[in-house]
Each structure stands twice: as C-alpha cells, then as structure tokens.
Design a protein around this ligand. Sequence first.
Ligand code: FAD
Length: 353
Amino acid sequence: SPSIIETDAVIVGAGPVGLFQVFELGLLEIKAHIIDSLAYPGGQCIELYPDKPIYDIPAVPMCTGKELTDNLLKQIEPFGATFHLGEEVTTVQKQGEGPDARFFVETSKGTQLLAKAVFIAGGVGSFQARTLKVDGIEAYEGEQVHYRVKDPSRFAGKNLIVMGGGDSALDWALNFCAGNADGNPHKAESVILVHRRDGFRAAPASVAKMRELCDAMEMQFIVGQATGLEESGGRLTGLKITGSDGITRIVPCDEVLAFFGLSPKLGPIAEWGLALERKQIVVDTEKFETSVPGIFAVGDVNTYPGKKKLILSGFHECALAAFGAAPYVFPEKRILLQYTTTSPKLHKVLGVE
Ligand code: FAD
C-alpha cells in the first residue's frame, strides 16, 4: 500500500481561494498540501476567464484571471506547499476525536494523506462541461466534437459548427470567422453558429458583430437544436439540426464546437458528511468551519447569511479559517495576530529578513 503523507493541513481545490489559503496558513506556520482535479492551479480564473480583466481585487485596479493566479503563486512561494494536480479528492474521513483527531484524505490517483485540518476550497466543484445530447456523439468527443478549445490552430481552414448562446460560443465563432480580419491565423473555412433561440447571453457588442457578419454572409446563424448526426466511414460529416419550425435540416461540418457552460458538479464533496444547503457547504462566519470540527470551507463552495461569491470574500474567509484551524494544529500554542510589515517572525517565515 502507498505510504501515507502526514501534514498539518490539506486544501481541496487550487482556485484563487485555495491558493490564498496556503498563504494565510503559511503565516501561522501551518504546512499545507493542496490538491486539484485540474492539471493546473487557478480554478475558474484559469479555466473560464484567463484573459478577462478583473477590477475588484483590493489595491489591484486591473488584472486578468491568469495574472491573478500567477501573482498568487508567487505570493505563496515562500511556504513551499506541495501541489497534487490532476487528482480529484474522493475521500475525506475523520479519524478519532479531540486533539488526536486526524483527517484521512484520498485522491483519485491513490494519494493518501493524514491531516490535522482540512480546507475545502472546491468552488463550483470539479469542472464538467455540459455535453451535446445526441445519440452516438460520444464516439466523436475529443476528435471532431469539442467542449473547449485547447489548440485553435486545428480549426483553421475547417467547416465549423459552433453551438451555444453565451460569451464562449460568440467569442469563438467570431474568432474563427472570416470577418476577423486582423491577421487571424486560425481562420476557419466556414462558421455556422447554432443556438436554440434567437437571443443571447453574450456581450451585446459580440452579438452585434455576429449579426453584421451574418448580413455580410461571412457567417451563418441557425436557430435550432442538434437532434442527430451524419457520419460516413467513421467520420462525423454533419449534424441534424431541428429548427423552431420543427423542420430538421442536415448541416455539414468538419468539426463541432459546443459551449453549453459548465454544470456545477460538487462531486465527491457532497459525500463527506458535511451539512449542505443547496449544494453548498454551511459554515459559521467566525472561523468558516463546517458542521465537522476541523474541516473548514472557503470561497465559492461555502454558504452563510449574506454570502457573496467574490474572490475578495474568499480571501477574507481564508484568514479567519487559518486562525480557526490553528488550535487543531498547535493545541499548545497561543496564536497572536501579527503584521507582515513589522513582525520579525513573519519576515522569517516569508523569507524577507
Ligand atoms: P474555484 O475558482 O471554482 O476553484 C475551485 C477549484 O477546486 C477548481 O479548480 C476545481 O477543479 C477544484 N475542485 C473541486 N472539487 C474538487 C475535488 N473533489 N478534488 C480536487 N479538486 C477539486 N469574482 C470576482 O471577485 N471578481 C470578478 O471580476 C469575477 N469575474 C468572474 C468572471 C467569470 C466569467 C466567472 C465565471 C467568475 C468570476 N468571478 C469573479 C468569480 C470568481 O471566479 C470566483 O468567486 C472564484 O473563482 C472562486 O474561487 P474558489 O477558489 O473558491 O473556487
């Protein structure tokens, strides 16, 4: 059996809030392991809006999701947290009670840890793109049917169907379209946008641009839903699109890009015996502790009266949760608040002496 890693704290989720939890624990000299099912840190900031600007981080007038993540990683560097990426936490189990209580944590890859405190920063849960509901489509997923764009160049010169009515669908449809004249190296041969209704949840400017391109016959927009597929010789050759008029048309294509959003899948977190309210973990607002003493929940995953799902709220929660957990990690120690500006001890842990 694999050896069990003993540590002070385990953080479930390496989104912005999980990353800042490392920092707040580090100041109190609490060592952490941090685990994320994604292959990279950053959570929603990286997965959903790496290049979009964020304007409401205190004292940072503007930064992108990627910049925020990079800066958090830099800020937590002194604390040397161990990252386990590409592993989903499947089990969190309390063993024993009182000062000797430990939490057994296990991941989908078989990593096992024993911690004195657990911090759940799981956000909206493990990311799962909503998929196209068409019989037989699975065979083409990752081949000709895509729910995210990893490598835009593979779509150059292809006939594309882009599905969805949100920003991702519109942004990519415009990006791959002929009208994107600023030297776009990934121009597709043709772009057909398909959405179930003639109304969008995307930026009005993008919608206007899309309509302009349709008028110029550089893009096509079809109201309808995919109800079947066309194949030939093991290749997907088109989709059957049923319009609001009830008529089904065959729309040929080389590749399908479907952006139906992410379904919030709390996943295994729901099975750890914690009190939940509408798929969120109930916490107090003193320590952000869950119904199980020693397990804390911070960021988008928690709920309490007045909760706002904002990064800055998550950061505040991390500070209080760290203080809340300190007695579990250091039962003998009195924990005092110190300032990073003036405390020689904090300078030492930050490595800025
Ligand atoms: P997340 O960022 O969701 O990260 C959670 C991580 O936990 C994920 O990486 C997930 O893979 C991982 N995870 C979940 N379950 C497990 C498991 N069992 N095992 C391992 N890993 C697991 N907020 C602002 O304050 N300002 C903004 O301007 C802003 N703009 C936004 C724009 C968009 C388009 C979106 C979608 C959100 C925006 N937000 C904004 C909200 C902000 O992104 C979230 O509040 C923030 O990401 C929450 O951080 P988190 O760390 O709690 O969770």
